[in-house]
Design a protein around this ligand. Structure first.
Ligand code: C5P
Length: 231
């Protein structure tokens, strides 16, 4: 397969505090978004990468990344799925559009090459099957009401925490996102669209370091990971 990358980075990042969208915050001296760019560039030297950003963030974006000629930017939408759709449309409009796409949240700068290779390997084995990294749930799961009172213990067998990058045939995931845009359903990841359409999605082993920077304490955890992994 030929691979393109879509990086949704158009969220407002309000849960992380600090008043600045989390993709543009620095961690260990580099912006979160530039770390994601470097991750993919050092893995696949020339695949097209489309960054989807908020229209208000254009100058912040340009100041935050080291761009090369195969890095493109486009503006996103109000919801993550609208942003992904814009990125997929852009990738499809390129003169040499790739056969497959990796969709990776800007908020996950600590994905590893091992993880990207495992996703790609699984995709090569069965190119029409979507692939996502995920981690089996190890905690006991409780469901509570809005007062914090437990209603049930949820059996954790077969439950996974989904990560990105998630990989798909470009035309398939584009078509499903185009359809989703005309409905009222909302999705927090891209594999959900295949699942709903009855198409197969395979799980490969996720990476515990591939955390999503969402809250302020995730940034502290990120700093800790960088220190622990530095030579
Ligand atoms: O909000 P959440 O943490 O699920 O966002 C996951 C990713 O989707 C982030 O990288 C965020 O920037 C992106 N996003 C987007 N457009 C939105 C909302 C979120 O690109 N409207």
């Amino acid at each position: 397969p030929t691979i393109g990358i879509v990086i949704p980075a158009a969220g407002r990042g309000t849960r992380a505090g600090q008043g600045c969208q989390k993709a543009y915050r620095r961690i260990g001296g580099d912006t979160v978004l530039n770390r994601v760019l470097k991750l993919f560039r050092s893995w696949n030297t020339n695949c097209p990468i489309v960054i989807v950003h908020h229209g208000d963030d254009t100058s912040l974006l340009e100041a935050s990344i080291d761009r090369d000629s195969n890095v493109y930017t486009t503006t996103g939408g109000v919801e993550r799925q609208a942003s992904v759709l814009q990125g997929l449309r852009f990738l499809c409009s390129l003169p040499k559009s790739p056969s497959h796409v990796f969709i990776h949240d800007a908020a996950r700068p600590f994905a590893s090459h091992r993880l990207l290779n495992d996703v790609l390997e699984s995709l090569i084995e069965q190119p029409s099957t979507g692939v996502i990294p995920a981690i089996a749930v190890s905690d006991t799961l409780k469901k509570s009401d809005s007062n914090g009172l437990i209603k049930a213990t949820v059996p954790r067998d077969g439950l996974f925490r989904a990560q990105t990058p998630q990989a798909f045939i470009l035309q398939t995931i584009l078509h499903l996102h185009e359809m989703a845009a005309t409905s009222t359903s909302s999705y927090t990841d891209d594999a959900s669209l295949l699942e709903e359409a009855g198409l197969p999605v395979r799980i490969v082993q996720g990476d515990s370091q591939n955390i999503k920077l969402t809250y302020s304490y995730d940034f502290k955890e990120g700093e800790r990971l960088l220190l622990a992994n530095s030579p």
